[in-house]
Design a protein around this ligand. Structure first.
Ligand SMILES: *[C@@H]1O[C@H](CO)[C@@H](O)[C@H](O)[C@H]1NC(C)=O
Ligand SMILES: *[C@@H]1O[C@H](CO)[C@@H](O)[C@H](O)[C@H]1NC(C)=O
Ligand SMILES: *[C@@H]1O[C@H](CO)[C@@H](O)[C@H](O)[C@H]1NC(C)=O
Ligand SMILES: *[C@@H]1O[C@H](CO)[C@@H](O)[C@H](O)[C@H]1NC(C)=O
Length: 649
């Protein structure tokens, strides 16, 4: 009898134990720079069966494709839409790195490790590859104007001093138990975590990375398959990387890795199992016309609608007419590969959506010859001992790319640049074993117009009724109407006409409100000019619109000017790099110290300019106040000097 009971007990314990292990969802830490395709990836994850896959926390990668204040509020809004206000979100932090390499608590990740010292102020050595205006940070920060139009808003938003930092959120999520990390931005946050908490490394079961290019050959700038014989491929056709604006000097790097190569090196070489979804794979899964059309026909949930509208604007504003050949599933495909491999726990290298191969990889952080000490490398230059205990003459000790047009990278007489910073390179000796997605798998259903297997999974996930949006803007704000508030000026004699030029810092907004309080008979504000190169980023123009709306002055035109200082290259952060990214700096002015959330939204907002006819550069060259874009001079310079795509056309 007793024996029988013991057996029963053992049996129950056994089933309980293994049952529980099986039933436990995979916990995910999602680190993102909140670009559009990061949102696709996030929503794809959130749509998974929560008994299997559970997003636990989100940390914001603040030195890549978006600015921290806008990015974190975008994430809060997406989570609110999805009814997931429970997921913790971390951004920024005021910690620094001492000159001797000691990393203090809460380094905010606003800067790549090579530029990080004791403050949140620093250079944009790598980030200068990302344009600060339309098509770059401005578009991503506002999600092409769509975020404010579409997303419902909850109570959560950035609040100074109360906002959890990126490191705090990581530490809490990772110390709570086994976890998987998904990286879709720069690797700065995770690298800092690994360097400061090596004892918690064991909790990270796996790292999935969208980034890099190994054997990839860029289709960008190449001639279409059935092109006329007159087509000349650009010098960028077939490059490994995809930096576009930086490709002339560095044909090897991809953005996510390039934004902090040293951090990526730390992550790759951490000893934690890593799966990489590089350009090799993503180049094989374009958003082609058939997929686009299928998406257009399948958007039965609010979140699918959000994703589709995003894609639609991106397509309509794509810089040339080859959107269907040059816009790929990047982070969303990586999310698919990650989910498939997590569900297939017993054999992680079998993947439903991608062909996989093990490769020995490293990340190039400096260029040969090593031990050069030419003033480009703060880890070594004018230091008795290298920072972080790095080896003299080691792989980190060469020339580090200083700017996009770094002369070191352009050897006279050679057409291709030679810099490799951020290249995920195959290397047998010093490389680490990484599972690499090499190609998107074809859809076995040959009847389907969708020829990649992941296309189907993506559309199914977004459209399934489970884990759907709990809030919809129309139902959340049933009485909200977008009405412009304009005063009546009957019988008024206007005073001095004034144009107010401001940089959207809090002091400037206070000054604006003061001026608006003066009767129009005395001061008549005819227009407001703002720049994206001062104490706030360009996307903060929406706060100016909201303040005007609050004051009943939707009649005042607002013009957005330059994103960089006059006389500096258009990809640059000269002068603006003196402004801190963190507390009291950009994150606070971009959110009006958290107060912007409580302003009633103006019907006026930043809108990505879509030409009524076919999109072209020419159509963009409009002037204030007709549309809010660059002045034509800058635009022409842009076209002439920098952009590689002129070569292919
Ligand atoms: C979610 O996964 C759990 C555990 O695998 C399963 O029991 C449940 O049926 C799944 N739910 C749905 C809606 O598929
Ligand atoms: C670095 O400097 C700080 C402050 O001066 C000191 O507390 C710390 O011990 C130093 N660390 C190393 C590794 O020398
Ligand atoms: C949002 O909710 C409203 C009212 O419940 C509904 O009519 C509308 O179709 C919803 N919008 C979307 C895109 O689901
Ligand atoms: C990776 O390197 C190891 C040891 O250096 C070697 O044995 C292995 O064959 C390499 N793997 C690949 C895929 O090249």
């Amino acid at each position: 009898m007793e024996q029988w009971r013991l057996l029963l007990f053992l049996f129950v314990a056994f089933v309980g134990f293994f049952g529980e292990v099986d039933a436990k969802p995979r916990r995910i830490l999602f680190d993102t720079d909140v670009n559009s395709d990061d949102i696709y990836a996030l929503i794809y994850f959130l749509k998974q069966n929560r008994s299997e896959i559970e997003i636990e926390a989100i940390s914001i990668s603040a030195n890549a494709f978006s600015n921290a204040g806008h990015a974190v509020n975008h994430i809060y809004d997406v989570l609110h839409m999805m009814g997931r206000d429970d997921i913790s979100v971390g951004v920024g932090g005021e910690g620094g790195i001492l000159p001797n390499g000691t990393i203090l608590a809460n380094v905010g990740g606003y800067l790549p490790l090579i530029e990080q010292d004791m403050s949140t102020t620093g250079n944009c050595r790598y980030r200068q590859a990302i344009y600060r205006g339309e098509g770059g940070l401005l578009s991503v920060d506002t999600n092409y104007g769509l975020r404010r139009k579409f997303l419902p808003m909850g109570d959560r938003h950035y609040i100074p001093l109360r906002q959890p930092t990126a490191q705090n959120v990581m530490i809490n999520a990772i110390s709570a138990g086994p976890i998987t990390v998904f990286l879709s931005g720069s690797h700065t946050n995770l690298a800092i975590f690994l360097m400061t908490h090596p004892h918690l490394k064991q909790n990270i079961e796996h790292i999935y990375v969208m980034g890099g290019g190994v054997r990839s050959k860029s289709p960008f700038g190449c001639c279409p398959e059935h092109s006329a014989t007159s087509c000349q491929p650009s010098q960028f056709c077939g490059d490994t990387g995809n930096l576009y604006t930086g490709q002339a000097s560095n044909p090897y790097a991809e953005f996510n890795i390039f934004t902090d190569p040293f951090a990526a090196y730390q992550v790759f070489h951490s000893g934690i199992p890593l799966t990489l979804v590089p350009l090799d794979a993503t180049n094989t899964i374009p958003i082609n016309k058939d997929f686009f059309t299928a998406f257009q026909q399948h958007r039965s949930t609010y979140e699918a609608e959000y994703c589709f509208q995003m894609l639609n604007i991106i397509r309509d504003t794509w810089f040339d007419d080859s959107f269907y050949e040059s816009y790929f599933m990047w982070d969303s495909f990586a999310a698919g590969v990650a989910v498939s491999s997590m569900k297939n726990q017993h054999c992680e290298d079998e993947n439903e959506f991608a062909e996989m191969e093990y490769m020995n990889l490293t990340v190039v952080t400096s260029n040969k010859p090593h031990g050069l000490y030419d003033g480009s490398n703060p880890f070594f230059d004018s230091r008795a001992t290298p920072k972080f205990g790095l080896q003299k003459n080691g792989v980190h000790s060469g020339h580090v790319q200083t700017e996009l047009h770094d002369p070191f990278c352009r050897v006279d007489g050679i057409e291709k640049g030679i810099c490799q910073d951020g290249y995920t390179k195959e290397e047998d000796g010093a490389g680490v074993r990484v599972l690499v997605a090499t190609k998107a798998k074809l859809n076995p259903d040959k009847q389907s117009i969708l020829d990649r297997k992941f296309y189907i999974s993506f559309l199914n996930a977004l459209n399934q009724p489970q884990q759907s949006a709990q809030f919809n803007r129309t139902s959340q704000l049933p009485y909200h109407q977008e009405i412009l508030r304009k005063p009546s000026y009957k019988h008024k004699v206007f005073g001095k006409p004034v144009v107010f030029d401001m940089d959207m810092s809090v002091g400037d907004l206070v000054a604006l409100i003061y001026l608006l309080k003066v009767p129009v008979e005395e001061i008549n504000i005819k227009g407001i000019l703002v720049n994206g190169n001062g104490w706030a980023n360009a996307a903060t123009i929406d706060i100016v619109y909201d303040v005007l709306h609050m004051m009943g002055r939707d009649d005042i035109p607002v013009g957005l000017g330059s994103f960089t200082a006059l006389g500096t290259p258009f990809l640059n952060c000269k002068y603006v790099n003196a402004i801190p990214h963190g507390s009291g700096g950009l994150i606070d002015s971009d959110t009006l110290f958290g107060l912007a959330h409580n302003l009633q939204q103006s019907p006026r907002r930043y809108r990505h300019f879509v030409s009524a006819t076919k999109f072209s550069f020419h159509a963009l060259a409009c002037n204030f106040p007709k549309c809010h874009y660059l002045d034509s001079g800058t635009l022409l310079k842009m076209i002439d000097n920098h952009l590689p795509w002129k070569f292919g056309r």
